[in-house]
Design a protein around this ligand. Structure first.
Ligand SMILES: Cc1cc2nc3c(=O)[nH]c(=O)nc-3n(C[C@H](O)[C@H](O)[C@H](O)COP(=O)(O)O)c2cc1C
Length: 171
């Protein structure tokens, strides 16, 4: 699939088929995360790959009962490794780690699209609950939960503000 097509065709998927993802595909998605750009190439992000249903259920609860997370065979929790980025960049490293995470998320979502898989960026969750559930160390913040699976819906394109958000030359 062309990158342009993956960008146009990707939708947030909140219904998944009851079907496992082949391990090779999951590896390709993870490889896409690793290949994303990062500040100083510090790769200020870490990925926690969740397949266990009991853990997924607890993630759903931490994510304000967004139960569609349960239906996906895999959920990748993308974490900003603020410690790693801040060791070199100080306060600015906090922002870089979140940007490093976001770049990895988009790479994974587009790779998943290319592989015929669906994803959703879930950012609404109780950070303390996810931190505790996954035993995240100090200096590591969960940024997003990314359920991945075979899509069982074809949503319409949600409207975009488009040109209204473009500021040419100055604000
Ligand atoms: C930072 C961020 C947080 C989001 N959090 C959630 C969420 O908690 N639950 C959800 O269903 N979708 C969430 N989304 C997905 C958006 O709702 C979705 O991207 C937007 O409506 C546009 O639709 P599209 O992804 O299909 O283009 C989030 C997206 C981003 C970028």
């Amino acid at each position: 699939m062309e990158v342009a097509d993956a960008i146009e065709l990707r939708r947030s998927i909140r219904r998944f088929k009851n079907k496992e993802i082949p391990e090779g595909m999951l590896k390709e998605v993870l490889r896409a995360a690793h290949m994303a750009p990062s500040a100083g190439n510090l790769q200020g992000r870490d990925l926690i790959i969740i397949k266990d249903n009991a853990v997924k259920e607890l993630l759903c609860m931490a994510a304000l009962n967004q139960y569609f997370i349960m239906a996906a065979p895999v959920c990748i929790v993308v974490c900003a490794n603020v410690s790693r980025s801040s060791a070199r960049y100080g306060k600015r490293g906090e922002l870089y780690a979140v940007q490093d995470s976001s770049a990895a998320i988009m790479n994974m979502m587009l790779m998943a699209q290319d592989l015929g898989l669906g994803t959703c960026w879930v950012g609404a969750f109780n950070e303390a609950a996810v931190t505790q559930l996954l035993s995240l160390p100090a200096g590591v913040r969960p940024v997003a939960l990314i359920p991945i699976g075979y899509p069982d819906e074809s949503p319409e394109v949600p409207p975009r503000m488009g040109e209204a958000t473009e500021h040419w030359g100055k604000w």
